[in-house]
Ligand binder design. Sequence first.
Ligand code: FAD
Length: 494
Amino acid sequence: MPETFTSATNGLDDAPFRSRLSFDLDVDICVVGAGLAGLTVALEAARLGASVAVLEGRHVGWNASGHQLGTVMPGFGLPIGELIERVGLEDARELLALSKEGADYVRATATEEAMPGIALTEGALEVSNVDAGDTLISRLQTLSEDFATEVEGWQVDRVRDQLKTGRYFHGIHYPRAFQIDGRKYVHGLAALARRAGARIFEDTPVVSIDPSGIRKRIVTPSARLRASHIVLAGNVHLGATLPRLSETLLPVWRYAALTEPLGERLGEVIAFKGSVADSDGIDHFRIVDGDRLLWASPETTWEARPRRFGPAIQRRIATTFPQLGKVAISDVFGGAVGLTVHGMPQIGQLRKGLWVASGFGRHGLNTSAMAGQVIARSILWGEERWKLFSPFELVWAGGATGRVAGHLIGLWGRGHSAAAGALARYREGARARERVREARLAEANRQAGTRSPARSPAGPRPVRPKPPLPATAPDGGMSPAPSQESEIIRGGSV
Ligand SMILES: Cc1cc2nc3c(=O)[nH]c(=O)nc-3n(C[C@H](O)[C@H](O)[C@H](O)COP(=O)(O)OP(=O)(O)OC[C@H]3O[C@@H](n4cnc5c(N)ncnc54)[C@H](O)[C@@H]3O)c2cc1C
């Protein structure tokens, strides 16, 4: 693996201080799970003066938190329109403000002084796979007018000036979004939490809890703890600790690849320095180390070896930026994210002293930071902002059937959006060809009119515009795309 990623913990590695827990312990707060969520709770609670123990079954950042792309944006997995429908404009505003606080928290924490090599870069771009300027403009208005979010609308030309591909149309630029080295961040959080006084124990799975009573009991294979508060931040791997909670998350494994250095040609194709995500949530990429691509795309609802997805990511890159051809892949990695049925994270108190911070989905950096702060302050200061999340109850995710359904819906959504993208590109090509044809015809008519005006006293015959291509075929299915697009459509569902 390359420098930046092999040495992810450089300068931050306090692993020697994170041994397995082998003695009984009494603390104020016991946090289960050392991912982004658990570590932020631990850091904030320790800063506020609590005695904190973090119990991690594997090691810090073992799952998604140590394998993410580091893009920090405001907002949640649930689209803003649906959020308003669900809780009303006022609460939606407060929730979005909280999500921005989460992003600000990461910015303030991920400094070069605290986390050397964190490599913060500015700006993120959300691009549309279809020619949907109107939808985008209405989202821009909602975000900037109703939610005071700094956003810019980019026309197709501007998007394509920065990203040399015909696959993307309009874009929303978030100048205040940013990205960091995600792996360094999670290890940096662990180091900061430890320095603030939290104790982190790796290789220490929690096998059961008894949350009744004032002092709650936590059992691990080699020790027992007592704590006034337990924070469950185990995401999809919490398992038997609280099965009813685990069953409210749909695990989705997401995979990403890092390419070998691609040289100057990469900058010629991708000029944008921040991260790029398409509005269908399929591809998410950015340049790292100057000339490598970090690219996330495939997803499964079962655990698979990440290496398997290297070729699929190569194909996505080649389809989006054919100028790059088949790029060499240096590393493929992945982790499981926990999706909730309603799309919002699970943040709050399940019963007195038993807290949950999970379900952050694909949007975990800002939201887990926010959850960490909110829960630490609720426990230690009696704040009640976690109640904003109460409308989003714990909903059963459907068990094994839910996974199959989730997979099929994911495949359908991806296939559907790829088809819509192919159709939009086809229309764009057809419009351009039509313009050329009209110009040629007008020119021919003009010349014919000049040479023999007597034959055509009324001047050139007006060219009748062709009716636009229907969005759907008469039977209600998608219009057939031209043959060169069919590969792209198939490639859409990895
Ligand atoms: C490829 C990929 C790219 C991503 N890119 C981005 C991005 O750019 N921006 C963004 O915002 N988000 C991104 N995400 C999402 C983000 O990584 C997650 O939302 C976030 O890491 C979830 O953090 P967590 O702490 O809830 O869970 P986890 O990272 O899963 O941490 C939970 C920890 O709890 C431990 N645990 C579980 N049960 C127990 C137990 N019983 N006892 C002890 N320990 C236990 C686990 O071992 C694990 O280490 C990405 C995710 C992936 C996979």
